[in-house]
Design a protein around this ligand. Structure first.
Ligand SMILES: NC(=O)c1ccc[n+]([C@@H]2O[C@H](COP(=O)([O-])OP(=O)(O)OC[C@H]3O[C@@H](n4cnc5c(N)ncnc54)[C@H](OP(=O)(O)O)[C@@H]3O)[C@@H](O)[C@H]2O)c1
Length: 261
């Protein structure tokens, strides 16, 4: 398996906090970067920062739910610049602020379509190209929320848990083609997404620190990058408890919506 540091990287969600911080830790002279997002201004800000660090940058304003358009763009980019590292980071969250209502079908569908199908739409075209080359590296940003459903965000947890299972399922398939897969499970990272989370955010980390930790793990081609370790281990232990006990712990940690007074 070819294991050199990447020269060509694609990052989805590059207009967001984690994606732009990831772009920042990869930007350097000689790097070729494709940055995807939807918000033109935030995407251009990330691109400018990367260009200032000497990288060659291409931007792609696109919705990851638009599978045909995304495939066409990724294939065209890969033809010009064979991708070494693809980071599928784009995602959204939906949260409940109390226990008196349920997620709407529209919100549920939007979250699953973006986080699960949007990631699959991103990974498949590049995985096919890497397969032909016999090498490459794919990283998928899931979440620690994949490990234990939180009553505060059912669809989000389901989407990230589905990505966790999908990643486990495709790892051997990709490995047989010479492609590495890294699954990333961040805890709370400061961003617009986490700012909107209406409950406690234990061990909240800033995006630059999270991106630096991701880069170290990616350079080592780790299969799993999960942080903070204390939460990762804690959630694994929690899952060993009977569910009613685990639910009580989640409630105690205020990771459930508040009851309406
Ligand atoms: N922040 C946390 O605490 C945390 C924890 C665990 C995992 N994560 C995961 O980390 C990833 C990045 O999150 P973040 O915290 O950086 O949030 P963020 O600042 O809100 O960024 C989200 C990014 O995803 C993009 N995106 C969302 N929907 C999209 C769509 N349909 N098509 C294309 N791009 C889309 C956004 O683009 P536009 O803004 O341009 O639309 C933005 O670039 C997400 O997958 C998230 O689930 C975050």
């Amino acid at each position: 398996m070819k294991r050199t540091l990447p020269g060509v990287v694609v990052i989805t969600g590059a207009s967001g906090a984690i994606g732009s911080a990831l772009a920042g830790v990869y930007a350097a002279p000689g790097m070729c970067m494709a940055l995807q997002g939807r918000d033109k201004m935030r995407l251009e800000a990330t691109a400018s920062n990367c260009r200032a660090k000497g990288a060659d940058v291409f931007v792609c304003e696109m919705d990851v739910r638009d599978a045909p358009a995304l495939r066409a763009w990724l294939e065209a980019f890969d033809t010009q610049h064979p991708v070494d590292l693809l980071m599928a980071d784009a995602g959204i969250a939906n949260v409940l602020d109390d226990l008196s209502h349920w997620e709407t079908p529209v919100a549920t569908e939007e979250v699953i379509n973006t986080n699960l199908f949007g990631t699959i739409n991103t990974v498949m075209p590049i995985a096919e190209r890497m397969r032909m080359r016999g090498h490459g590296h794919i990283a998928i940003v899931s979440s620690l929320a994949a490990l234990r459903g939180m009553a505060i965000s059912p669809a989000y947890c389901a989407s990230k848990s589905a990505l966790h299972a999908w990643g486990q399922a495709i790892r051997p398939l990709l490995g047989a083609m010479g492609i590495s897969l890294t699954m990333i499970y961040p805890g709370f990272v400061k961003s617009n997404m986490s700012d909107a989370f209406p409950a406690s955010k234990p061990f909240l980390m800033d995006a630059a620190k999270a991106a630096a930790q991701m880069r170290r793990g990616l350079d080592a081609r780790k299969a799993t990058i999960a942080f903070p370790v204390i939460l990762w281990v804690g959630l694994k232990l929690l899952n060993a408890l009977p569910d009613p006990w685990a639910d009580s712990v989640m409630s105690f940690l205020q990771l459930s919506p508040k009851k309406r007074p």
